[in-house]
Every structure is written in structure tokens, then in C-alpha cells.
Design a protein around this ligand. Structure first.
Ligand code: FE
Ligand code: MN
Length: 337
């Protein structure tokens, strides 16, 4: 890797006054902030009454569906906190640009809302919190995903870590790719698809609606993360070496394998006419979208098996979608897609 670190860009910029947000330099960060605000919601706005009835009676849900719901509760309940901690303890310190920091504060708040959602679900369904919040250590397919991102980001958590050259900038990019692209962009998506497939059959519609809100937040987190990654690449072209690109592609392939493992574990027999392999194909389709978003070649060339998911996850449509549905977002009434 040749060259010196760009010290007048978006990260570790010693000339930036982090308290002076105007004039702005990176308008995309501002736009993501606005999109986040337009999607404001809280879990208590969504009624859980029908979910509670279905969860407590013995005929509404099959054993396999209950298993799938618990696995997703177990994964997301702790994944949201992992993401929030990484954001506040590792990412925020190094992203010195003020409009990006404003977005990061917004995202941190949204992660608190997501954490709250799983508290609300546990409370209303009467789930055993010890069981749910321990699943990230007791369920191998869940801990494998968490371990994977934690390992990618270890060096950043060292309190002495500073971005001082291209090598440390690469380590920082690893963290951003680990959390934004892999955790929020790939590891969340088998679960999103399963819970929304269930909702489409009128099962657990309260949780399903909360997952829709979370997924919309996450699609903005992902968009911000990719814009941040791409800006760092643009400002420091020499950091994006062919070796590093190959390394990132390998990481994403490994992540897709872990997500497939998780899908088969959470939903071994498929769900309401959808085979587990279709969930895996969906994850592959999503992974290609992530690769493209950071200018890497597609790997899977998979068709989208769930076009009904794309309304909420398709980043290119996101903008129009937000503009046309703003009133519904603000009032957070019933969500109809
Ligand atoms: Fe989240
Ligand atoms: Mn997030």
C-alpha cells in the first residue's frame, strides 16, 4: 500500500471543528438524517394484542413457527446492542465530520428504539428474558454470526487505536464493512424475510410491523454506512487495494454462509410454502446488492425470490417511497404495503 493518509477528509481530520456543522460538506449524511427523522416510530405505537393471543393459544402457530420466532428474537435482541456499542464506542470517535456525527447520533437513538422493541416483545409475549438474551451464546448459529463481526472489529475497540496511516484506515474500513454491510446489511435479512413472510399470512402481525419499521431504519443505516465507506475510498484511493477488495469479497462470502447456516437452523422445514433454500437465495441476492453498492463485483447472480421484500429494502426506490408516504410515517398508523 503506497501513499499517505488523507488528513483533510471525512475521518480523523485534525482540521475539522466537530462543533461547526455549517456549512456542510457531505450532503448525503444530512439527507440520511432527514430520512431517519421521517421514519420516526416507537414500538408501543404497535398493538401486540393479536400477537399475544396467537402466542398463547395452541392452534395459531406451529411448533416450527414458534421456533423461528424465538430464534429471531434471540438474534436481534442482542445484535441491536452489539451494533449500538460499536457505533458509539468505535465508529463515532474516528468520524470527525459534524454532519456524519449528527447522523451517527440519530442512528444510535434508532438502535435504542430497536433494543426497546425486543424488550417490548419479550414483555408482551411473556418470554423468558434469560433464555432470549443468552441465545447469542447458547445457539451456535447465532453466536457464529456475532463472533464473526466481533472478530472483524477487535482492533478498533483497542482504546489506543488511532487512524494514523493507510493500514489503520483499512482496519477501520474492516469495522465499517463488518457492521454496516455484514451485520446490518446481510445478517439481518434472513430474519427480516422470515418475520415478514409470517406477517403476510396474518401471523404475529404486531411483531411483523415492528420488523418492517426496523428494516426501514436499517436500510438507511446501511445506505449511510456504504456512503461513508465509499467516501473514505474516494478520499484515500490507495487504501482500496486489489488484495483488500478480494479480502472483502471473501468476508462477504463467509457471511453469506453463516447466514445460510442460521436460516437452516431457525427455519429448518421452510415456512408457509417458502423453502429454507429460498431464504438463502434471498440472502445471496441481498449480498450482491451490497457488493455492488461498494463497487465490488456480484458473486451470486441470484434473482430476488421475494419481490414483496424489495419495496422496503430497495435502496434506489427508498427515496421516492419516503417522499410519497411521509404522512403515514409521521402518524405511524397501520402499515399497508
Ligand atoms: Fe437496529
Ligand atoms: Mn442499525
Amino acid at each position: 500500500m503506497e501513499g499517505r493518509l488523507n488528513t483533510s477528509g471525512i475521518v480523523s481530520n485534525s482540521k475539522t471543528d466537530p462543533n461547526k456543522i455549517l456549512p456542510m460538506r457531505y450532503m448525503w449524511a444530512r439527507n440520511h438524517y432527514k430520512d431517519g427523522v421521517a421514519n420516526n416510530w416507537t414500538p408501543e405505537e404497535v398493538s401486540m394484542q393479536k400477537d399475544v393471543e396467537q402466542w398463547k393459544d395452541s392452534f395459531s402457530l406451529t411448533q416450527d413457527e414458534r421456533h423461528m420466532i424465538l430464534w429471531n428474537m434471540g438474534f436481534f435482541a442482542t445484535a441491536e446492542s452489539l451494533t449500538a456499542n460499536n457505533l458509539v464506542l468505535a465508529v463515532y470517535r474516528h468520524v470527525t465530520n459534524p454532519e456524519c456525527r449528527q447522523y451517527l447520533l440519530r442512528q444510535a437513538y434508532e438502535e435504542a428504539v430497536h433494543t426497546d422493541t425486543f424488550i417490548y416483545c419479550c414483555d408482551s409475549l411473556g418470554l423468558n428474558p434469560d433464555e432470549i438474551y443468552n441465545m447469542y451464546t447458547t445457539i451456535p448459529s447465532i453466536s457464529a454470526k456475532d463472533e464473526f463481526v466481533i472478530n472483524l472489529t477487535k482492533s478498533i475497540f483497542d482504546p489506543n487505536f488511532e487512524i494514523k496511516d493507510l493500514k489503520t484506515l483499512q482496519a477501520f474500513l474492516h469495522d465499517l464493512i463488518g457492521y454496516y454491510v455484514i451485520m446490518e446489511g446481510i445478517f439481518f435479512y434472513a430474519g427480516f424475510a422470515m418475520m415478514l413472510a409470517l406477517k403476510r399470512q396474518n401471523k404475529m402481525i404486531g411483531i411483523g410491523e415492528q420488523f418492517e419499521y426496523i428494516m426501514r431504519d436499517e436500510s438507511i443505516h446501511l445506505a449511510f454506512g456504504c456512503d461513508l465507506i465509499n467516501t473514505i475510498k474516494k478520499e484515500n484511493p490507495s487504501v482500496w487495494t486489489p488484495e483488500f477488495q478480494a479480502d472483502v469479497i471473501e468476508l462477504i462470502k463467509k457471511a453469506v454462509k453463516l447466514e445460510a447456516q442460521y436460516a437452516f437452523d431457525a427455519c429448518p422445514t421452510g415456512l408457509l410454502g417458502i423453502s429454507t433454500q429460498q431464504f438463502v437465495n434471498y440472502v445471496e441476492y441481498i449480498a450482491d446488492r451490497r457488493l455492488e453498492r461498494i463497487d465490488l463485483p456480484k458473486v451470486y447472480l441470484q434473482e430476488n425470490p421475494f419481490p414483496w421484500m424489495s419495496q422496503a429494502t430497495d435502496l434506489s426506490k427508498e427515496k421516492n417511497f419516503f417522499e410519497s408516504r411521509v404522512t403515514e410515517y409521521r402518524t405511524a398508523g397501520s402499515l399497508e404495503w
